[in-house]
Write a protein that binds this ligand. Structure first.
Ligand SMILES: O=c1ccn([C@H]2C[C@H](O)[C@@H](COP(=O)(O)OP(=O)(O)OP(=O)(O)O)O2)c(=O)[nH]1
Length: 152
């Protein structure tokens, strides 16, 4: 069965704003909306970023995380992205969910109340254990990285 994420609204949120929703049967991401009730739209100049409230708090079940990712349409048409993509929402976080929106385009972009600004992906996550070791197991790759296997 799919995990249940309990959602509450922040004190100042617009109760009429739709909750995150999957737009199609096979969608991986549920769209998040800007919650700016009674506030002027937020205009991002080229290169500018802002924390946009969603008006939501999440109760993510243990063993899961939420990733906040850009919407490709906004990215392609307007250069709108998230500098921290994918934003990580921890299962024990109960604060307001915010989206750090950045304008990597060449023109100003305005976010209005209710706009779909990003999408959230729910994913299983594991916590590893960490142990200090004197030596690590050997592999064919060894220390090769950062393009060590050549171009293409
Ligand atoms: O795009 C984001 C990223 C994070 N968060 C919230 C939820 C997350 O659980 C918390 C902490 O995020 P993160 O661990 O990425 O931030 P940090 O800079 O390491 O802060 P902290 O020291 O609070 O963990 O902030 C958001 O609302 N939106």
């Amino acid at each position: 069965m799919s995990p249940l994420i309990r959602v509450s609204r922040t004190e100042t949120a617009d109760p009429a704003l739709p909750l995150p929703a999957y737009e199609t049967a096979g969608a991986a991401g549920a769209d998040l909306r800007a919650d700016l009730p009674g506030r002027a739209p937020v205009t991002l100049a080229p290169g500018e970023r802002a924390l946009i409230p969603t008006g939501l708090r999440l109760e993510i079940p243990p063993g899961y995380e939420v990733q906040i990712r850009p919407r490709s349409g906004l990215a392609l048409k307007h250069g709108i992205t998230l500098p921290n993509t994918p934003g990580t929402i921890d299962s024990d976080y109960r604060g307001p969910l915010g989206v750090i929106l950045m304008n990597a385009g060449q023109e100003a972009f305005t976010v209005a109340h209710g706009d779909r600004i990003a999408q959230m992906i729910v994913a299983p996550v594991v916590q590893a254990r960490f142990e200090l070791a004197d030596t690590l197991s050997e592999t064919d790759r060894g220390a090769g990285g950062f393009g060590s296997t050549g171009r293409g």
